[in-house]
Write a protein that binds this ligand. Sequence first.
Ligand code: ADP
Length: 195
Amino acid sequence: MMRLVLFGPPGAGKGTQAQRIADAWRIPHISTGEMLREAVASGSELGRQVRELMERGQLVPDELIGEVVAARLAEDDAGGGFLLDGFPRTAHQIEILDRVLERLGAEIDRVILLNVPDEIVTERLAGRREVGDQGQQRADDNEETILERLRVYAEQTEPVADVYRKRGVLADVDGTGTVEQVFARIQGLLVEVAG
Ligand code: ADP
């Protein structure tokens, strides 16, 4: 069983690595950012509630995203494991996740922290805005919002890693280098977890 959380600053390459991990271990990739972007695109009630906050680079309310995650984790395909990407992101979201997992009789096996220095994160996010990288282009990839997302990460999300470190489930991974290099590091530690 593989129940994982992937964690790291905006621009750390979480989305790319998450997709590879999910494919390799045949578990659903549950990205709260993706789910929220889909909600905004579809013009649903949830989308209307979160659009402005997302465009500003701010977090949506914990209870709101908590409901979305609780519903998603209760779906059949998450019963055999999952990879959470972008959640939990605040101390309160850890509590929400703890409650959801308790109800499901499940526990997180590993929290993977992708470590990438600030300079590289800023470079990557700036690169994503350039013409020619349409695949990754996002409404929240403008300069002002990027700075806000990095600030929010440092202030609200970094402390989440400490909680999991104290619980002994955090695994630090060097997020620099090529996509393949980073993925190989992650695979190295997941093989141990599975073993
Ligand atoms: P990033 O690359 O900045 O980490 P994500 O795709 O994970 O981006 O999330 C994009 C936006 O969606 C965030 O800036 C935030 O507004 C919202 N969001 C995603 N996950 C959460 C969450 N767990 N709690 C609150 N807001 C979230």
